[in-house]
Design a protein around this ligand. Structure first.
Ligand code: BGC
Length: 740
């Protein structure tokens, strides 16, 4: 039996190596037939003629001709079974008939859109996140797409940076887990399956740390910080077999990421042994000229390829400059062979050499358009992403038989906005999107009335609609206000210096509150906003992000208690912009503030509390959860032992519900200072009302490792605080000693 098993395992390994060798051999063979221009052609990516996020080549006819000549390896923003087939046919006219790769930003859903990514992260539900990407991949691949530019695994601690909406928030551990779930979802059973798309870990690296939260800005940080906070999600992605990487617009310590030999050559393709390929960000190779890092296109191309960029997205310098550079001996042909080889390998793995049209299938496309099951999933996922921030006197959930409800605010009847930024697959079919008004109307009793008033626009100073809104509120028993920031106010190039409600929305809220009617506030946003007045005066607040196709239904499910809120914040919410960056896993400093009142010569602002308005990991439920009986398997451990931690969580409230139980540690003393808390585990657990569950975690020395000042990654013996709780601010603590 054992022998048979070994034989099977052995031959399986043998087969894999053989299969891999076959692709390697095919790539080598193909490369040997290719001219220099054809090889460089594989390294060129152009955009189709929509959705530009940067300067674009306008001469579309010339691009079509270049495809026929084998001078283009990939197109982005070409989608649809018909369109992709048409482009692929052009590539099939080229001398060696090398198929094109079609890439697109499938960021939070495709035809069916899901909550913006930061909202998804608030679900802390890895299974649902993975499933959402499975659906996105199934829909996108049915539209002929081979490759998504996702997941964005940039850690971000600055909510002024608009792209926080596309990531998983401030924490490296949570961000890594979510990134892995997304890659698994996108790549499904593996490249080559018809419903899988290649994933892309972006933006390599540290894009989220742009100075001042201003998009595309410089990044300056220690290598230790880079390794400890920003690189782990990328390393995990590489280890998990993510098909591609995209580098980032920013420089890191003075060197543009696009040409950063240390991160792309030494780490990614060196010690991490990554075999996929790296695409530049849009135009980022050419942008090394304004960066002041390359004097012209030639130098930009040279530095980019030396720095490990394999594919040039839309800056055109590879095609125009690389052949010359190779011929004159400035760039070694081996670098071109390596880059083109990596790209061709993926095309083989995707099965495109067997059938270049295999993803362009009209029947599949039809099945994946407005797919009912996918929408049902989206509805549930939307509800699970909502975070309940405040619920005084249990004003929520609402009864469906409230006689008159008023929905007030600029987002009440929005349709397209609900998709959020980075939703590009549906264009004009707005009727498929459930507005908040429709979602609420669908669930209110037939005899109840739902009134609506817009009250104001999202982002101007016009108060002319206030009076009507106030009159509408006066007629209602309950007012639901829907405020926030416009859906296109977060996302790429959407940095904001003032992250309050835009326009006159807060003034509208104050006017409505004066009516004395109970007000429930729903906040629509792609980032943490600052809304202190609302927090202090409005009895119920839920953070609804941008929830996607089924937004209105997801919201109504929470409002009326069909679903119990279970989201928790993946980013700290600041009290003012002046407090940014505020994040839970900061250092203690030599003069920590003990409380919010003692501000004398301690690390504090003289005019502001140190803690955020709402902390990382925070979120309420309609029910109550009590934590008790935190038990550790031992208070003193040695070497490679395992620490088992258990805690009992009881649902003592009136509703069944889910709770995200969080495990943090603090390494009290180290050869470099350690954060006051570090997330090391979490579990989302469903507990029926009146019941309790025992939840278990385990820690090993692997979880205690950190980078020291020489970038050595190891753990140290000593004292540790072990903390379990319902948010980063509300934990129980036990101390242990762990000897190395
Ligand atoms: C963004 C990338 C995106 C690319 C293609 C760039 O501007 O930074 O994240 O994938 O455009 O649309």
């Amino acid at each position: 039996m054992k022998r048979v098993y070994f034989l099977l395992v052995f031959s399986a390994i043998g087969m894999n190596t053989y299969a891999q060798k076959t692709i390697d051999q095919k790539v080598t063979e193909l490369l040997s037939k290719m001219t220099l221009e054809e090889k460089v052609g594989q390294m060129v990516q152009y955009s189709g003629f929509e959705y530009a996020t940067g300067p674009q080549q306008s001469n579309s006819a010339a691009v079509l001709e270049e495809i026929k000549k084998g001078k283009v390896g990939s197109m982005l923003n070409v989608a649809g079974s018909g369109e992709t087939k048409a482009f692929q046919k052009l590539a099939m006219q080229s001398r060696l008939k090398i198929p094109l790769l079609f890439g697109q930003d499938v960021i939070h859903g495709y035809r069916t859109t899901f909550p913006v990514n930061l909202g998804q992260a608030a679900s802390w539900d890895l299974d649902m996140i993975e499933k959402s990407e499975r659906i996105a991949a199934t829909e996108a691949s049915a539209y002929g797409i081979h490759w998504t530019f996702a997941p964005m695994v940039d850690i971000a601690r600055d909510p002024r940076w608009g792209r926080v909406m596309e990531g998983s928030g401030e924490d490296t551990y949570l961000g890594t887990k979510i990134g892995l779930a997304r890659i698994k979802g996108f790549q499904g059973k593996g490249l080559g399956s018809l419903d899988a798309v290649m994933a892309c870990a972006k933006h390599f690296a540290a894009y989220g740390a742009a100075v001042g939260g201003r998009d595309y800005n410089a990044v300056d940080m220690s290598l230790r910080q880079l390794h400890e906070t920003y690189l782990p999600p990328f390393k995990a992605a590489a280890e998990a077999g993510v098909a591609t990487f995209m580098n980032s617009f920013n420089d890191i310590n003075g060197i543009p990421a696009t040409a950063h030999q240390y991160i792309q050559r030494n780490l990614l393709k060196g010690s991490w042994n990554y075999k996929g390929f790296v695409v530049s960000d849009w135009g980022s190779i050419g942008e090394m000229i304004p960066h002041g890092y390359a004097k012209d296109g030639g130098e930009a191309a040279e530095k980019a390829i030396l720095g490990g960029s394999d594919m040039d997205m839309e800056s055109r310098v590879y095609m125009t400059e690389l052949p010359k550079l190779v011929k004159e001996g400035t760039v070694d042909i081996k670098l071109v062979d390596d880059a083109a080889g990596r790209i061709l390998t993926k095309k083989f793995e995707m099965g495109l050499f067997d059938d270049p049209y295999r993803f362009s299938n009209e029947k599949r496309q039809k099945e994946q358009t407005d797919n009912k099951k996918n929408r049902e999933f989206g509805r549930e996922f939307g509800s699970k992403s909502i975070v309940l921030l405040k619920n005084q006197q249990h004003i929520l959930p609402l009864s469906k038989s409230v006689k008159t409800v008023a929905l007030i605010g600029p987002f009440g009847k929005e349709t397209v906005a609900n998709h959020g930024f980075w939703s590009i697959a549906f264009k004009d079919d707005t009727q498929r999107i459930v507005s908040q008004f429709d979602g609420i109307r669908n669930q209110l009793d037939k005899n109840s009335t739902l009134l609506y008033a817009k009250g104001c626009n999202v982002d101007d100073q016009d108060r002319s609609m206030f009076a009507e809104a106030v009159e509408t509120a006066k007629k209602a028993d309950v007012v639901i206000m829907t405020l926030g920031e416009g859906h296109a106010m977060s996302g790429e190039a959407k940095s904001r210096s003032n992250i309050g409600f835009s326009g006159v929305q807060e003034d509208l809220l104050k006017e409505i509150a004066k009516t004395g009617k109970p007000v429930i506030l729903m906040i629509n946003a792609g980032r943490p906003l600052i809304f202190n007045w609302a927090s202090d005066h409005i009895p119920a607040i839920m953070y609804t992000w941008w929830l996607g196709t089924e937004a209105g239904n997801s919201i109504a499910d929470i409002l009326f208690g069909t679903m119990n809120p279970s989201g928790k914040l993946p980013m700290s919410f600041p009290r003012t912009e002046g407090q940014i960056p505020v994040y839970y896993n900061h250092y203690n400093t030599g003069r920590p503030a003990k409380n919010n009142t003692d501000r004398n010569y301690v690390s504090a602002y003289i005019d502001l509390d140190n803690d955020p308005k709402y902390p990382f990991g925070y979120g309420l439920s309609y029910t109550d959860f009590q934590y008790s009986d935190m038990v550790l398997s031992s208070a003193s451990l040695t070497g490679n032992e395992t620490l088992n931690i258990s805690v009992t969580v009881s649902n003592t409230g009136k509703y069944d519900g889910e709770e995200v139980i969080q495990l943090y540690i603090r390494d009290l003393f180290g050869k470099v200072v350690r954060p006051v808390k570090e997330l090391k585990g979490f579990q989302k657990v469903f507990i029926k009302k009146g019941e309790n569950k025992q939840v278990h975690f385990r820690l090993t020395p692997e979880d205690l490792k950190f980078f020291d000042d020489t970038l050595n990654f190891d753990w140290e013996g000593g004292e540790f605080d072990i903390m379990v709780g319902t948010s980063s601010q509300n934990v129980q603590t036990k101390r242990i000693n762990w000897v190395k």
